[in-house]
Design a protein around this ligand. Sequence first.
Ligand code: C5P
Length: 224
Amino acid sequence: VPQGSLAGKTVLVTSGPTHEPIDPVRYLANRSSGRQGHAIAAAAQAAGARVTLVSGPVAIPDPTGVAVVRVQTAREMLAAVEAALPADIAVFAAAVGDWRPAEARAGKIKKDGSAPAPLALVENPDILATIAGRPQNRPRLVVGFAAETDAVLDNARTKLAKKGCDLLVANDVSHAGGVMGGLENTVHLLARDGGVETWPKLDKDEVARRLVARFSEVLGGTLR
Ligand code: C5P
């Protein structure tokens, strides 16, 4: 990344999983490590941007020089994102839980010998779609991620349109790829104009640097 290529720009990144409480000791979550999102925040900071990282619960260190806001749930993540805007670039790398338990029980659910009550779920807000779709305070560049296990490019193309983002980073998270929680990533970069690039398997830090270089090109170019 050319040094200072994002100087004076503000960048918001979401990263990690969300934890959706079932009761005080249990939650619904996913296998996201936060590595790709944190690497993007670090690369944007290194490129001179002022970076806010909104992170779900992760076991990796905070990137240096970045303002980190920690959250647990999708609804907290949306509120933290709203509070961090406006930004020039928003990158939604978090693996946000699509559903949460309809009610988080105040006390621990006990095992009493009878059949367990079914776990009713309700849908979480879609943070990316909410921010990409709003008329005011929309970041100039909205970047989404698509973790897919099947028909990666087809699903990614549909998601780009449905969510209203400018760029979409798609990756194959089927078990064999080892992407979720791993150190490497093979991504496809899709643009709104139909352009698709497939990058070789790279370290997540290198994916982050290349993405940041691309963001600064796009912002300097003809986007909207
Ligand atoms: O729909 P799906 O979860 O596959 O979409 C992935 C993209 O949408 C990611 O960029 C993710 O961060 C974002 N997302 C979100 N809020 C949700 C679900 C997904 O911001 N509730």
